[in-house]
Design a protein around this ligand. Structure first.
Ligand code: DOR
Length: 423
């Protein structure tokens, strides 16, 4: 494999507390040296004025394969990941059929390898068919190469089953990613319960649907010692519950999405179906709490919840629309614009939430530029100004709430496993 030298970039590696202008040498698909490098390299990338950091990790994406390849495939989703600067993605199991057995997990891994773009790690379902009644063969799914377990899209409503799942997951060393939303409280809600929903005449999901679910799962994780990861936190109360659990020493992690960090329920006015997501967009106070959670580490990671849907599933009445928005190609730039551009986060803080923090939450040896690590790297142009145009996405999904927005910052070169990929 050819040596690559990335010269004169601002090398940011939050895992090592590194933020300095330096050269970075890649040999044999691994990080060799950071510093002033004199060795001749086969390929030289001039990164002056650019950021050089670990390839981004998105621990929550929907790739729709098997089952809905008109919406996305493992190959098109991987290409979208690379276009957005992500070199590792975790594929949710709510496919058709679901990833609820070892062969299905192997299928996702093999398809990811064939695509040869990003590292695609499957999350296995917690329960058979994601039906919430019987546990999957978690040990075998883990041996097949799964990175986590989740019934994403649904919460495991039986506390007894969730407690068992946490105990089994502990034996595998993998986290349980919980979609914390109690359906008995969420009911047929399609947006946040509150004034906007009342004025729009739409059914609302109260914050209690999320917060009671998070509270229960924290209690179960505490008692069982299982690894709980709360995915797509959307409420201020949820952030507070996780903060308190962490303060008492619980081994809990969490993520929030770019849309929950930047949009409120007000976005649903006009019945824009790209405001239809699960959990729903909340209020400004919730957005502020999520941002504070990222800043102080209560929320470990930012994950896109990339959820492509066919056009007809969004070109309909708001309450009939499928929940979810795409995010792989906009996450970095939206957050750069809205969180770094406003001086709320520094570049190293944002990069930490997209690299080493999700890597630690997943327990994978990624998200770092330590010598010897896999050469998964992204070169970011922090000054690149562009307008988001969903028609130009690599993803098959066009359901983007940020379409038409001006953003700054873009992945320019993406290297996965030491190989330069087409961005
Ligand atoms: O908005 C969402 N879309 N939330 C989920 O939990 C599932 C996802 C999907 O699969 O479309």
């Amino acid at each position: 494999m050819a040596d690559i030298l990335i010269k004169n970039g601002r090398v940011i590696c939050p895992d090592q507390g590194l933020d300095e202008v330096a050269d970075l040498l890649i040999t044999d698909g691994r990080i060799a040296t950071i510093g002033a490098v004199r060795e001749p390299a086969h390929e030289v990338i001039d990164a002056a004025g650019k950021i050089v950091c670990p390839g981004l990790i998105d621990m929550h994406v929907h790739l729709r394969e098997p089952g809905d390849c008109d919406e996305e495939t493992i190959a098109t989703g991987s290409a979208a990941a690379i276009a957005g600067g992500f070199t590792t993605i975790v594929a949710m199991p709510n496919t058709d059929p679901p990833i609820d057995n070892p062969a299905a997990a192997e299928y996702v891994i093999n398809k990811g390898r064939q695509a040869n773009l990003a590292n695609v790690l499957p999350a296995g379902a917690i329960t058979l068919g994601r039906e919430g009644t019987e546990l999957t063969e978690m040990g075998l799914i883990s041996l097949a190469g799964a990175a986590a377990f989740t019934d994403d899209g649904s919460w495991v409503t039986s506390a007894g089953l969730m407690a068992k799942a946490l105990k089994y997951a502990k034996l595998t060393g993998l986290p349980i990613m919980s979609h914390c939303e109690d359906p008995s409280l969420a009911g047929n809600g399609v947006m946040n319960a509150g004034r906007a929903a009342a004025e729009l005449g739409l059914a609302g999901t109260p914050v209690s649907a999320e917060e009671t679910a998070i509270a229960r799962d924290i209690i179960l994780a505490h008692e069982t010692g299982g690894r709980l990861h709360v995915t797509h936190v959307s409420t201020a109360g949820g952030v507070e519950l996780i903060r308190r659990a962490k303060e008492r020493g619980d081994n809990i992690t969490a993520d929030a999405t770019p849309h929950h960090l930047t949009l409120t329920e007000e976005f649903a006015r006009g019945y824009n179906t790209n405001a239809r997501v699960n959990p729903p967009l909340r209020t400004k106070a919730d957005v502020d709490a999520l941002r504070a959670g990222i800043k102080d580490g209560t929320i470990d990671a930012i994950a896109s919840d990339h959820a492509p849907h066919a056009p007809q599933e969004k070109a309909c009445e708001f309450d009939k629309a499928a929940p979810g928005v795409v995010g792989l190609e906009t996450t970095l730039s939206m957050l750069a614009a809205k969180l770094v551009g406003t001086d709320f986060l520094t570049w190293p803080e944002l990069i930490a939430a997209l690299t080493i923090r999700p890597a630690r939450a997943l327990g994978i040896a990624k998200g770092t530029l330590r010598p010897g690590a896999d050469a998964d790297i992204v070169v970011i142009d922090p000054a690149a100004e562009w307008i988001i145009d969903s028609a130009r996405f690599v993803s098959r999904g066009r359901n983007c709430p940020f379409d038409g927005m001006s953003v700054v910052g873009r992945a320019e070169v993406v290297i996965a496993g030491g190989a330069i990929k087409d961005v």
